[in-house]
Design a protein around this ligand. Structure first.
Ligand SMILES: [Zn+2]
Ligand SMILES: [Zn+2]
Length: 465
């Protein structure tokens, strides 16, 4: 960052005042979401809390945004808004819970950080005149944990016309760039020939041997992998009965690595492991990529530097975490589509060290966590306001994004950046993985029973039947 102070410094006290004014209401919403945990695509109560509040205080709200039952869009734009000249910034809310554990990932806090940042930025924009202009949206992103809500939103065109995306996630400490890996969900199906295992095994072609050989190939590959590169594989179907030579088996494989380019490379090697297993046993193999693969997180450093500036002024202390705690999130896909950030914020409990635990769930339900969440909300609002008030900063942010994306994405970057197919853009298929075996994310979620088909889709299905 340059030595000159951010232009959004002038808005700092207004942002704090706004968040203070809304604090009791935001805390109540956080508590309400926390005590009514809902899993992905079922978050009706949470969405009602958030949208009713925005509407009550006068914001335009679209429910069922992009035809997704538990998504929404709240928005405010300055008078004379012109998309060619002024930026659109999205702050994202998550609000889904984990099965059994409830809000063990603290998405009740993400919800009020997103809503708080939106309200504070919008209220400052209303009073800023020509000093800050643009459009701010509060986008409800369902089903982060199990259903890739942001992948579905991207596929549905929700980010068309959105220039930047901001959100933050509760964590044991303040951290600017959590380790987030790209992940591909793959499968391999092996086809052999059934025969009686005692009377005539020589007549059979053993698909279980094929998948076992493939698994062992992957196990051997693991010792050659770089840190942060991971392969997880399970056998989903290993045959029907011991006295039948298995004619069909199926494996599921997750491939994780820091960037999409890394995953591309690794996927080719995993495909070779599958094909070798098939070859050795005389089986046929079909490798497919499942849907909802997540890209790694490409945090925009220019945006993070502003977030850090305002976070530190407000008492946040950012830690550099040792490498090792790796996860994946659908925010990765957003971050490789438009400049984005996804820092972690401390929830104020020194004894709580790990998300997805019952201890973390209890901590994010305490009133003190709401106070800590507001520090992040303020820093996000001020990062948005820097974008609204500083055209040079916008240029720097975009330049960084344009330079890093091709390296980060590898082959996938050449697929184009059309928002409607940006998901496919992360799923370049090297030889050995069959692109025809991929459904759209929406169809995948409908098939899994996670998402209800829209009226249009129901109508289309009934015509096809
Ligand atoms: Zn989680
Ligand atoms: Zn989470």
């Amino acid at each position: 960052m340059s030595a000159s102070s951010p232009t959004a410094d002038q808005f700092e006290s207004a942002v704090q005042q706004s968040l203070q004014a809304h604090f009791n209401d935001l805390s109540a919403i956080s508590q309400e979401i926390w005590s009514h945990p809902e899993t992905g695509y079922q978050e009706h109560h949470a969405v009602q809390q958030l949208t009713d509040y925005m509407e009550k205080i006068g914001y335009q709200v679209t429910r069922k945004f992009c035809d997704i039952e538990t998504s929404f869009l709240g928005e405010y734009q300055t008078p004379g808004f012109d998309a060619a000249k002024h930026p659109t910034v999205a702050v994202l809310c998550e609000y889904d819970a984990l099965p059994d554990i409830g809000h063990g990932c603290g998405h009740n806090l993400i919800a009020i950080v997103g809503l708080g940042a939106f309200l504070a930025a919008a209220e400052v924009l209303k009073a800023a005149g020509s000093a800050a202009q643009g459009r701010i949206v509060c986008m409800g992103a369902p089903a982060e944990e199990l259903g890739g809500g942001k992948v579905l939103l991207l596929e549905s065109g929700a980010f068309k016309g959105v220039d930047y995306a901001l959100m933050s996630h509760p964590a044991p400490v303040d951290v600017l760039e959590p380790s987030i890996l790209s992940i591909d969900h793959c499968q391999a199906e092996f086809y052999g020939k059934a025969a009686h295992a005692s009377c005539g095994p020589w007549e059979g072609v053993n698909a279980l041997d094929a998948v076992i050989a493939a698994y062992n190939n992957v196990s051997m590959l693991r010792q050659q992998l770089k840190p942060g590169h991971q392969i997880h594989m399970i056998i989903k179907n290993g045959g029907a009965k011991p006295n039948i030579i298995p004619e069909y088996t199926k494996a599921e494989i997750y491939i994780r690595a820091p960037t999409s380019a890394d995953v591309d490379e690794l996927r080719t090697r995993v495909a070779a492991c599958m094909h070798a297993g098939a070859e050795a046993t005389g089986c046929r193999v079909e490798c497919g990529l499942n849907d909802l693969s997540y890209s790694g997180l490409m945090s925009n450093q220019k945006l993070l530097s502003i977030y850090k500036h305002f976070g530190e002024k407000n008492g946040m202390r950012f830690m550099i975490l040792p490498p090792g705690a790796y996860g994946s999130t659908d925010m990765g896909n957003v971050s490789t589509t438009i400049p984005s950030i996804h820092p972690g914020f401390c929830i104020g409990d020194p004894h709580c060290t790990m998300i997805h635990t019952r201890e973390f769930r209890d901590s994010v339900g305490k009133p003190v966590a709401n106070h800590f969440a507001m520090k992040s909300a303020a820093a996000l609002a001020l990062t948005a306001l820097e974008l609204f008030s500083n055209p040079d900063f916008r240029k720097d942010v975009q330049t960084e994004f344009d330079q890093r994306r091709p390296v980060f994405m590898g082959k996938a970057a050449t697929e184009g950046t059309d928002m409607t197919d940006s998901v496919d853009g992360t799923l370049q298929l090297p030889s050995g993985f069959n692109p025809d075996r991929r459904r759209s994310s929406r169809q995948f979620l409908i098939d899994m029973g996670l998402l209800k088909p829209s009226l249009l889709e129901q109508k289309r299905d009934s015509i096809q039947e």
